[in-house]
Every structure is written in structure tokens, then in C-alpha cells.
Design a binder for this molecule. Structure first.
Ligand code: ATP
Length: 303
């Protein structure tokens, strides 16, 4: 199975309704015999005002796709656009500004600054950028996320679900063109996870935001409008209006194919169950490009 040709790009939306786009997106790590082709000429359109989930077996390229679309990682070949802006070829400084001004991020590990309270964490990226939040929008986000009575609390005084809600509010605060969420429910129990997924859904339906979420959890993917399935660095399938059962069935087919190729019996490296994916070390996580989690210092996204 191969990634469709550009004129049939997966997830294709109306011309003016595309929040992000990639053509021939290829990412290779290493060189020579040790080269790993993480993305193999991917064409994709991310529709504006929709909730898109990215799924696939471990190592299929989900995080790499997200990082390349968000300008957190360079590409080996191909082109990526955020709206009308081609981001491939931008200098680091321009990319930093673009990420800060136009993209919101949520991570499994929340990446909140422990010494700041919830309100300060929420507005931090805007404070760094020297931007004044739109108070009406901010109030709407805070109320939608039910954080009004928690604004003075520091992360340690909040539950995991509340911390992720703060991270969600931070991602929404500047009304970004696109929100990338990498396993946002991975560190939460199922109730808190459902709550956060509900808020992401609301961000799309009520606030008109665009969300792309990488997940291992078919239940989480079922909250999206469209699931893109990655296999060996290619988009091999997509599913509109997914149900958890249909997504699970589709994921099982990756295992079947692998077992067939392995001659049967071989262990699958399919997706781990919901919420069991390993912790992303802060240094390696894209959050490190935004905040220095060890020191709590803000480091890289400042001009
Ligand atoms: N920095 C790197 N150096 C070398 N190889 C890498 C690097 N980052 C990713 N890879 C390889 O690229 C491939 C895709 O990795 P990626 O993390 O995008 O997969 P994934 O689908 O997000 O996996 P998981 O579900 O396990 O998080 C894998 O084979 C991985 O080993």
C-alpha cells in the first residue's frame, strides 16, 4: 500500500480549509546502512476546524509526522505548509516564532512550570511573546475548561486531569491556528482522559479550533472526526467518524499483516493498550523546544 498521489492527498479538505499540508514529506534518520525511513513521501491535508487523530503501530512515524508538521523537526525531502506559509526552509528563528505565534502544543507530560500558578502557566507563551491575551477569549477558555477556581493553584496542587486542562488552556490561549496534542491522555486515568478529550472536542465544536492528536488509544481516537493510520512511515488508511471498535479492528489488521510477514507467531509490535505508552523524557520531548522542564526556565521559544 502506498501513500496516495498528491491529487488524492489523504484528509483532503476544501482549498481554503486546510490548516496544514504536506507533500512528499520524507524523514530519514541516520545514514548509510543504519538509515531509518521514519516518513516515506507522505501527502496529507489537515482540515481546518476539525479534530484529526493519528494512529499506527509503535515506530510507524506518528510522532515524526507531528514534529515535521509542527516545525519541530527538519524534513529530509518534501514540503510542509502551515496555512499558506511554507515552513520547510524557514530558519530556526522564524520557525520558533511561527510555533510560538501560530501553534499550540499539548504533551503527555503536561510540561507545566512548577513554580507558576495555573493562570501564569496558561498565559506564559503569550507573556514570553510580549502579547496581550484577548481577555474575552481567555475567559471563555478558562470557563469551558472549568479552571476558574483553580487559577491560583500551582501544578503540584492540581490533579493530573486538572494539570492537563491547564496545558489545554495554555495551548488554546493564543487562539492558535493549529493545536498538536501528543498522547494528551497518556498520563491520565480513564475518567480524566475522557474529560480532556471532551474538552478538545469542545475546542473544535464550540471554539472553532483545529486539533491534531497522536494517540495509541482507539477510545481516544473515537473522539476525532477523522483518523489517519500510519504504517511504516506511510499513511495507509483513513477513517471518518470513527468508533472505538472500528479503530480497534483496523489496528488489529496491522498485527495480522505483521504476523503474516513474520510467518506467524512472531510477536507484534502493535500499539500498547491505552494509557500505557512510556513516558516521554522531557529532554527528548518536543516540549523541551518550548520550555526547559528541568529548570523550569523558559529557554528556546524566546526570540
Ligand atoms: N532521533 C531519531 N533517531 C533515529 N531514529 C529515530 C529517531 N526518532 C525516531 N526514529 C525512528 O523513526 C521511526 C518512527 O518513529 P516515531 O517516534 O515517529 O514513531 P511512532 O509511531 O511515534 O512510535 P511510538 O508509537 O512508539 O511513539 C522509528 O523507527 C524510530 O525508531
Amino acid at each position: 500500500m502506498s501513500t496516495p498521489a498528491p491529487e488524492h492527498a489523504v484528509g483532503r479538505a476544501e482549498a481554503d480549509g486546510i490548516a496544514a499540508r504536506a507533500r512528499g514529506l520524507t524523514k530519514a534518520y541516520g545514514s548509510g546502512e543504519t538509515t531509518v525511513l521514519a516518513l516515506d513521501s507522505v501527502d496529507v491535508d489537515i482540515a481546518r476546524g476539525r479534530f484529526t487523530a493519528v494512529m499506527g503501530p509503535s515506530g510507524s512515524g506518528k510522532s515524526t509526522l507531528m514534529h515535521c508538521l509542527a516545525g519541530l523537526d527538519s524534513v529530509s525531502a518534501g514540503q510542509v505548509w502551515l496555512g499558506d506559509t511554507e515552513i520547510t526552509g524557514l530558519k530556526d528563528r522564524e520557525l520558533t516564532r511561527l510555533r510560538r505565534d501560530r501553534i499550540g502544543f499539548m504533551f503527555q507530560s503536561f510540561n507545566l512550570i512548577p513554580t507558576l500558578n495555573a493562570a501564569e502557566n496558561i498565559t506564559l507563551p503569550m507573556d514570553i511573546a510580549g502579547q496581550k491575551p484577548d481577555q474575552k477569549w481567555l475567559d471563555q477558555v478558562i470557563d469551558t475548561l472549568g479552571l476558574r477556581d483553580r487559577l491560583k493553584h500551582r501544578p503540584a496542587q492540581l490533579s493530573g486531569g486538572q494539570q492537563q486542562r491547564v496545558a489545554c488552556a495554555r495551548a488554546l490561549a493564543s487562539r492558535p491556528e493549529l493545536i498538536f496534542a501528543d498522547e494528551p491522555t497518556g498520563n491520565l486515568d480513564s475518567r480524566a482522559g475522557l474529560e480532556v478529550l471532551g474538552f478538545l472536542r469542545e475546542a473544535v465544536d464550540e471554539l472553532g479550533q483545529t486539533v491534531v492528536m497522536v494517540t495509541h488509544d482507539p477510545g481516544a481516537a473515537a473522539h476525532s472526526d477523522l483518523v489517519l493510520f500510519l504504517g511504516d512511515g506511510r499513511i495507509v488508511d483513513e477513517m471518518e467518524r470513527p468508533s472505538a471498535e472500528a479503530v480497534l479492528e483496523r489496528m488489529k489488521r496491522f498485527d495480522t499483516i505483521r504476523v503474516t510477514f513474520d510467518g506467524g507467531g512472531g510477536g507484534s509490535d502493535g500499539a500498547p493498550p491505552a494509557g500505557t505508552s512510556g513516558d516521554v523524557p522531557l529532554d527528548d520531548s518536543p516540549g523541551a523546544a518550548f520550555l526547559d522542564g528541568d529548570s523550569g526556565d523558559v529557554t528556546l521559544e524566546k526570540d
